[in-house]
Design a binder for this molecule. Sequence first.
Ligand code: APR
Length: 246
Amino acid sequence: MDYKINSIVEILRNSESVMVLTGAGISAESGISTFRGSEGLWEKFKVEDIATPAAFYRDSDLVWRWYSDRRKGMLDAKPNLGHIAIAELESFFDDFLLVTQNIDNLHRRAGSKNLSEIHGNIFREFCINCSFARASNECYDLTPKCPKCGAKLRPDVVWFGEQLPKKELELSFDFASRADTIIVIGTSAIVYPVAELPYIVKSSSGEVIEVNLAETPLTQIADVSILEKAGIVLPEILKLLRKQMG
Ligand code: APR
């Protein structure tokens, strides 16, 4: 692994614009389940029962109970060494963007600032009828109602079949087209349009670094790929970067 850490640090030292893209794998070491693989959430639950607008329309109480359970788990979880290393990495670059597909708030809690939560944040909810929105840690058995108009509130997360938030999407795609480097961490890299970001970096002559426990479709085009836990690799990168860049 050492020579790969060296290559990554070399790439970072020659980069001005750095982008990090994370998925569920970065939070796995905080005890939060990933989606795919034998222990993944989508092995135990059906996406179409939970994470689609149709599911919410059919049985919003069921959907809220599921998200309430996840809220509780995510509230109890703590940022791990991987999250903390990414927050520190940011301080080395003037032009830095972290794009996360995770809704768990752990990057923010670790101190990341320039952050795009492209699939939303579970600790926010909004009204399906009016413009009401709020932050919330509450766990619900029944669907909460809007205090302004009485319609249903829903979690502020992007479901399958929904558009990604325009502002976050533009920010991420613009950044990718000028990024010198993207580090892709703990994502199966198959959910579009986010999975496209590394390809945009690559096609604009940027470098692609991947940190994942297993190979993904991205591994073939990655300039450096490390098959190891994010919580092990990222602190090592930081250690060497600190040593070389002060
Ligand atoms: N360190 C690094 N990688 C890890 C670790 C770890 N400790 N643990 C797991 N991984 C990797 C797995 O090998 C896998 O490639 O993390 C990846 C997790 O993949 P998914 O479960 O598919 O999660 P993600 O890529 O974030 O899913 C994308 O799909 O359903 C949705 O909206 C949901 O945002 C999510 C999107």
